[in-house]
Design a protein around this ligand. Structure first.
Ligand code: AHR
Length: 653
């Protein structure tokens, strides 16, 4: 059955490609439409360099258990709260009450996170079970351990006497894939001691756990236990495959809150649980971690402010820091009391770009980055416009930041697309989650928006709910039309990012998302691939074009861009067919001094036999752009657009 489906699908793709090459005589299209493009030199308008970016939020375990490669979950035993005894979830105990007693106390050597784990081992070499007793951590729905790869395990320990611990990575079949002995002979055991070891895996198991066991009677305390693969992006701690997925989108900015993350995460359900950047920098062992009460999980804050800035730099994007403005989802600081929050934000900016001699710049330098990060954009909160204290708080932040950092571009979350705003701002933030049809027709959303005020930053957009499920073709096609509209309005809309970026398939708090992953697999949804079709638009030239059509389901545009891979100049035509029938599109490019080149021109089509189809771990590439050479490339040419499709033609100049 599976192979029959595959064959059917392949024949669909072949017929699709044939369809695209055929002239309108061969397709049963409803209309014939014409896109007239002005390709003459100097007639276009430059799209801002920052146009396409990425939005990151600690939602769906995007960072903890995702992009951040730390494998141990609740590594400091703080997730159960500050009171003891506390829940040690997801740690479990190896052994029973006759052989080991496990509890928590407040004896940690780390000031900001006092909880430590106490193991009282009641058995010895003769009486303990064969594999010893101890504790086990399953990571985030299983640790991905791969044969030949090396993993660094660090933990802190103290004991009432000598200790000898076995550190192992154990597959879900109970078989150890790597292990080593770590111990102290007693001379150091009474003090907290940092222990570090590396383990090389002799087999692959995607659902492993970390076990720390012993068969020596005694009392041992453990704290801040970390297990990381050595093989992360540049050794910076980012999971390589997920890093690459973002990098392939060529994002020019990276919006993150609280310092690395954005969205509601930056607000917190209640302010006491909001992300605090100062708690997320410095040595990882010293980070308190916090409960993400918006998306309901604990994060150890390994992926903190510094790591957000580092990620942006590594991926070649400008960081956009969204910080808390003294407003949570359910509470708010009165404007008369907001100045300490303003100071937090100023300190955060100093951390990012102050000199290594400054108070907070020196902390950044001590973390290995003496050079300032290129922070040019900050957003004052997320989605609070209209709440009682927003305007008052905003104005305090705005004035203080502009006074100290006049060059920083400030983003309000009041929507200025309908009318001019009553507050100073460089950008206004615009979010849209809607159904597919509405998203398609929203391609004209900014056509009549005021031009005299701040620029627009569409920092969250996506089709959702029934039309989207977990990421359908239908969503991607509608979003493509919306993006074409944003490109057309890029004199006003300077930045755009899809949201959310990531989902760990084991914690779908929000769906759909651009990139789906588990411990060892990942794939892009059609919306992810749609973004790739637009990744060359940042800094490109938008070309004047007119679509002559009687169809209401067609949107098309043209840009000219320089392809950094071959350093050649292309005209890229993008066309969206949001209808049930194929559509014929005549393309006519005026003003070229010579014809486009057949050799080197190419076409990409994103479509599927059924609009509600999705990618999955078993079929990650079911809906991805199909690339072909464009042998009939011409400045006057016909193309047939399949039903529900995004077509992109790269015509080599
Ligand atoms: O992207 C998911 C959520 O949608 C974000 O947290 C919030 O900003 C928006 O409501």
């Amino acid at each position: 059955m599976a192979s029959l489906i595959k064959i059917t699908y392949i024949s669909f793709l072949l017929s699709l490609l044939a369809l695209c090459f055929l002239s309108n005589a061969n397709a049963s299209a409803n209309h014939t439409s014409t896109l007239v493009v002005d390709g003459s030199k100097g007639s276009g308008r430059q799209i801002p360099d920052t146009f396409f970016g990425a939005f990151f939020e600690e939602i769906n375990h995007a960072g903890a258990g995702g992009l951040w490669a730390e494998m141990v979950r609740n590594r400091g035993f703080e997730a159960g709260g500050a009171n003891v005894p506390s829940n040690i979830y997801p740690w479990t105990i190896i052994g029973d009450e006759s052989s080991i007693l496990v509890s928590t106390d407040r004896t940690s050597c780390f000031e900001r996170n006092k909880i430590a784990l106490r193991m009282e081992v009641l058995c010895n070499a003769k009486s303990c079970p064969n594999n010893g007793v101890g504790i086990s951590n399953p990571g985030f729905w299983g640790m991905n351990i791969e044969e030949g790869k090396t993993y660094r395990v660090i933990f802190h320990a103290r004991a009432l006497g000598p200790f000898d611990l076995k550190v192992s990575l154990v597959g879900d079949d109970g078989v150890s894939v790597a292990s080593t002995q770590v111990g102290r002979d007693g001379s150091y055991a009474y003090k907290w001691t940092r222990m570090e070891t590396t383990l090389e895996a002799n087999a692959t198991n995607h659902n492993s756990s970390l076990q720390i066991t012993t068969n020596h009677r005694g009392v041992i305390w453990l704290d801040q236990v970390s297990a990381m693969p050595l093989d992360t992006h540049k050794g910076h701690g980012f999971r390589k495959d997920l890093f690459q997925m973002v990098a392939n989108l060529k994002p020019k900015f990276f919006r993150f809150p609280g310092i690395f993350l954005s969205g509601c995460y930056v607000e917190g359900g209640y302010l006491r649980n909001a992300f605090r950047w100062k708690d997320s920098v410095g040595a990882w062992e010293e980070r308190a971690g916090h409960f993400n009460d918006v998306w309901h999980y604990w994060t150890d804050d390994g992926f903190g402010f510094f790591e957000g800035l580092q990620f942006a730099e590594d991926v070649g994007a400008l960081p956009v820091w969204v910080f808390n403005n003294g407003i949570g989802l359910h509470d708010a600081v009165d404007t008369s009391a907001v100045l300490p929050f303003v100071q937090e934000a100023l300190d955060g900016i100093e951390f990012a770009r102050g000199s290594p001699d400054s108070t907070w710049g020196s902390v950044r330098a001590s973390m290995g980055h003496p050079q300032p990060f290129d922070l040019r954009f900050v957003a004052i909160g997320n989605e609070e416009c209209g709440m009682p204290n927003y305007l008052g708080n905003y104005l305090k932040f705005y004035a203080a930041i502009k006074r100290s950092y006049p060059d920083i571009q400030i983003i309000t979350n009041c929507d200025g697309s309908g009318q001019n705003l009553d507050m100073p701002a460089d950008f206004y933030d615009f979010h849209i989650y809607t159904n597919a049809e509405d998203m398609f027709y929203k391609n004209t959303k900014f056509d009549a928006a005021p031009r005299s005020g701040p620029k627009a930053f569409v920092s969250e957009y996506a089709v959702w709910k029934d039309d989207a499920r977990d990421g359908t073709l239908l969503s991607a096609v509608a979003e493509a039309a919306f993006l074409i509209g944003l490109e057309r309005n890029s004199d006003l809309v300077h930045m755009v990012s899809y949201a959310p970026l990531f989902v760990n398939n084991n914690d779908r708090m929000w769906t759909p998302d651009a990139i789906v992953f588990n411990s060892h697999q990942h794939y892009g949804t059609p919306s992810y691939w749609n973004q790739q079709l637009f990744s060359e638009s940042s800094g490109a030239t938008w070309l004047n074009s007119t679509l002559q059509t009687s169809s209401t389901k067609l949107v098309a545009s043209a840009i000219e861009f320089n392809n950094s891979e071959d350093n050649k100049t292309y005209i890229r035509i993008k066309a969206v067919n949001f209808g049930d029938d194929p559509e014929n599109l005549k393309i006519s490019i005026n003003g070229l001094t010579s014809n486009v080149q057949k050799s080197g021109s190419k076409m990409m089509v994103l479509t599927a036999p059924n609009v509600m189809e999705e990618n999955s771990f078993s079929e990650p590439n079911k809906i991805v752009p199909q690339h072909t050479l464009l042998l009939n490339a011409n400045k006057d040419m016909d193309v047939t657009l399949p039903p529900y499709s995004v077509t992109s033609l790269d015509l080599l100049r």
